[in-house]
Design a protein around this ligand. Structure first.
Ligand code: PRP
Length: 215
């Protein structure tokens, strides 16, 4: 039997994914060592491997087939646009991709004015404004703390993830438009899904059943 390899977005998503995989009998002891700096973890008996990657790289590993399966946020899937199959909404890590700004800017969104949009997600922002709203905007790529954009006057709005809404609130910003809901998704390499169909389908089925039990 060949190894089935998982690429997990390190942090909260990886933790919750490992918990769920453990519940369906897929385990890996050494990954739980809090002091480890290792990046690849193997369970020889079950012939599974895990690696913890930066979220934005997970779709890349899966497209190139070095990981058969990936778990990553829908935001990253939409932004990275890799060739892969999205097979399961895992139902955790729920949040929303939104256009946010000060209340006064709402008008500018309605009148298709040329505004600046700061975001970590230029592809999602471009698709939303150009293809869905048919509004020409200037997109400015930032790498974090995007809420600063409208606060310091770099942009009128931001396109960013909203979870609890507290970052927005504390900075005097609001959700002006909702782009799409987000959550953790399981993605699969296109060849792996054919070659390892039985094992992968079984995992999807068990995770889906577990999710139904949890609801
Ligand atoms: C994310 C996102 C928002 C915040 C939303 O940032 O970009 O800033 O969380 O969460 P809230 O609605 O619960 O306040 P993250 O902490 O991932 O870091 P970043 O600012 O570097 O993007």
């Amino acid at each position: 039997m060949r190894y089935l390899t998982f690429a997990l977005a390190k942090g909260r998503l990886a933790k919750e994914t490992l918990k769920r995989l453990e519940k369906i009998g897929i385990t890996c002891e050494e990954i739980h060592d809090p002091n480890t700096r290792k990046l690849v973890f193997v369970n020889e008996e079950q012939k599974v491997k895990f690696f913890l990657a930066k979220a934005t790289d997970v779709p890349t590993y899966v497209e190139y087939g070095v990981a058969d399966i990936g778990v990553v946020g829908k935001d990253t899937i939409l932004e990275e646009r890799r060739k892969l199959y999205e097979v399961l909404d895992l139902g955790f890590g729920k949040c929303r991709m939104c256009v946010c700004g000060r209340e006064e800017v709402r008008e500018k969104l309605h009148h298709n004015e040329l505004i600046r949009v700061a975001t970590k997600y230029p592809e999602i922002a471009r698709d939303y404004f150009y293809n869905k709203k048919h509004q020409t905007v200037e997109i400015i790529k930032l790498n974090g703390s995007v809420e600063l954009g409208p606060v310091v006057g770099l942009s009128e709005v931001i396109v960013d993830i909203v979870e609890t809404g507290s970052t927005l609130k504390e900075n005097g910003l609001k959700v002006l438009e909702e782009i799409c809901p987000l959550s953790a998704r399981m993605v699969v390499n296109q060849v792996s899904l054919k070659m390892e169909q039985e094992r992968i389908r079984q995992i999807i089925k068990q995770l889906r059943e577990l999710q139904q039990e949890m609801e």
